[in-house]
Design a protein around this ligand. Structure first.
Ligand code: ATP
Ligand code: MG
Length: 173
């Protein structure tokens, strides 16, 4: 199975992301735009993995230091010569440290991790043909109180993500 660890956003944040994606789509000739339910922030990409290893991954998720923190989406950017568009997150310490601890512990356990510098982003669409100008956006965000182990698969030709495990932060209430 194909796995990754991600943050999934609240309905409110998702709606802001959908609005950004739709604005971009309106100004594009073509592209494969992320479906509403697929908008997410990847913390660590694991890739093809045997189901036997899931327990190990869950144990790592359970042991990383994690308290709820604020995440802020504050810019748009592109990869792949301007064809992949994303909404970027402010590189705040709690987010960057969480990503670092997860990937470090996965690597220690033998999982192959992407060595490039982490660029926290939510993919809005791929193979996009547009001359939409990169713009500053009004920052928005939410308190992140959980992250999830996700399975990625094609179901009926559709890229589908399913959460199979969740790690919640401590409740301070
Ligand atoms: P598709 O590959 O069909 O365009 P996708 O990239 O969204 O769609 P997956 O390839 O299953 O779907 O990837 C799941 C998540 O992991 C996505 O957020 C993707 O950006 C991220 N990801 C995929 N491959 C890597 C990689 N080599 N390094 C870092 N992140 C990756
Ligand atoms: Mg991919």
């Amino acid at each position: 199975m194909r796995l990754f660890i991600a943050i999934n956003f609240s309905t409110e944040t998702r709606e802001r992301l959908i609005a950004l994606r739709d604005e971009l789509r309106l100004h594009s000739l073509s592209g494969r735009f992320s479906r509403d339910e697929n908008l997410h922030l990847t913390l660590a990409f694991i890739g093809e993995c045997s189901p036997k290893k899931i327990e190990k991954i869950e144990a790592i998720m359970d042991t990383v230091t994690f308290d709820p923190f604020e995440a802020t989406i504050d810019r748009l950017g592109t990869f792949s010569r301007g064809t992949l568009w994303w909404a970027g997150l402010r590189e705040d310490k709690p987010l960057m440290l969480l990503q670092r601890e997860i990937t470090h512990k996965l690597a220690l356990c033998g999982f192959e991790m992407d060595g490039r510098k982490y660029n926290p982003h939510i993919t809005l669409g791929r193979e996009i043909d547009t001359d939409y100008a990169l713009s500053k956006i009004e920052p928005f965000g939410e308190t992140i109180s959980a992250f999830e182990l996700m399975k990625s698969e094609l179901i009926g030709g559709r890229l589908t993500y399913t959460a199979i495990y969740e790690r919640r932060g401590e409740d301070n209430g």
